[in-house]
Design a protein around this ligand. Structure first.
Ligand SMILES: Nc1ncnc2c1ncn2[C@@H]1O[C@H](COP(=O)(O)OP(=O)(O)O)[C@@H](O)[C@H]1O
Ligand SMILES: [Mg+2]
Length: 357
């Protein structure tokens, strides 16, 4: 790995490669009962699905909102499986015109589940068509152009839409309102991630101790996808450098090698935090200045590193710029100068935080 390149990230929430997607498919729980954590969502969803099954009706449309890697696609697949229905998969960016959506909707079978990933990125005209489809199971297909254009109403089979979004705040109100059930997926507790790590280890035939699983879970940023990814890297290390068993010691050594620290921060995170502390005395400093100092684009720092640092209470976004918290100094083992902006003070860390993260 190039020392100045932070883009190859072990700890990003998104699925990076085709290979990873294949492995993920193998690790996906298939039933609601096997889905770990998110207890409230799981219980509510179970009621929605089973009462619909009992009444012999299609359930309400479901919106799944939450950051990358928290289990939205997994849950969409589980919904279809629990209903005993096929799942049709598309995504907001793939639907560029209303016609693209009409083509999908008009071929749905009764009861089928349609999964629209990244639904907040759908083109506007398609979105308007979707409103009517969700509400009345009907679409108007416009034929012709200009004054001679006519709308031909088309009935579609009752279906269940499962939408997924990482940005619930970006969904237009009328669309959000048409979902009968909105599930907010939160970051997972360490104990839940431990269960996920142990389960994945079993499926991957990796021997892991409880302490080893806890070590991997604790560095996974509350995100199952990252937990599974760290587990695979730790397994590689265990196979090549040891007898294949993932113990606490081994997990620590492996993750040190991959530069994921005990709070789940990686090199980019630590570079940003380190620059903020060492070069700017803890801030406040503007985003672009901070980005230049670590040789990154402002957007990379803002989208990739900051949300997690904010969530960890290490960095605060304020109108005057980025500020390090006392916890940041402690985490990097540095002593804040008496003039540090937040030295010794308590601060409302939610202020200025991105509500999506
Ligand atoms: N609750 C969970 N229990 C067990 N594994 C999970 C859970 N949520 C996610 N995973 C695992 O994490 C990976 C990413 O989940 P995915 O559903 O693709 O996330 P998203 O669609 O939100 O980005 C999957 O391989 C899945 O195995
Ligand atoms: Mg997904």
């Amino acid at each position: 790995m190039n020392d100045d390149d932070y883009t190859d990230r072990l700890v990003s929430g998104g699925a990076e490669s085709a290979e990873e997607q294949v492995i993920e498919a193998a690790l996906r729980p298939k039933k609601l009962d096997d889905f770990v954590g998110q207890d409230r969502v799981r219980e509510q969803l179970s009621l929605v699905l089973h009462s619909a099954l009992r009444r012999g009706r299609t359930p309400d449309h479901v919106l799944l909102s939450g950051g990358p890697g928290l289990g939205k696609t997994t849950l969409a697949m589980i919904i279809a499986a629990e209903l005993g229905q096929p799942l049709r998969i598309s995504s907001g960016p793939a639907i560029e015109r209303a016609g693209d959506l009409a083509a999908i909707l008009s071929t749905l079978q009764e009861g089928e589940v349609l999964f629209l990933d990244e639904i907040h990125r759908m083109a506007r005209p398609a979105e308007e068509m979707l409103y009517m489809a969700m509400e009345d199971f009907r679409v108007d297909v416009v034929v012709g152009k200009g004054p001679g254009a006519t709308a031909i109403p088309l009935d579609i089979a009752p279906f269940t839409l499962v939408g997924a979004t990482t940005r619930a705040g970006m969904l237009p109100g009328p669309l959000r309102d048409r979902f009968g059930f909105v599930a907010h997926m939160d970051f997972y507790a360490p104990a839940e991630l431990e269960v996920i790590v142990r389960r994945s280890a079993r499926l991957l035939d990796v021997e892991i101790t409880d302490e080893g699983a806890a070590e991997v879970a604790g560095r996974s940023r509350g995100t199952p996808r990252i937990a599974n990814r760290l587990l695979r890297r730790v397994r590689d290390y265990a196979e090549v450098r040891a007898d294949g068993v993932v113990t606490e010691e081994l997990a620590k050594a492996a993750l040190r090698l991959y530069e994921v620290d005990e709070r789940g921060l990686d090199r980019l995170d630590r570079a940003v935090l380190g620059a903020l502390l060492r070069k700017f005395g803890g801030g406040p400093v503007g985003l672009s200045t901070l980005a230049v100092s670590v040789g990154e684009e402002p957007e990379t720092v803002e989208v990739v590193a900051e949300p997690f640092l904010v969530r960890q209470g290490l960095l605060a976004r304020t109108p005057r710029g980025r500020i390090a918290t006392p916890a940041a100094w402690a985490h990097l083992g540095l002593t804040p100068p008496p003039t540090a902006p937040l030295a010794g003070t308590l601060f409302d860390l939610d202020e200025g935080a991105d509500p999506q993260q």
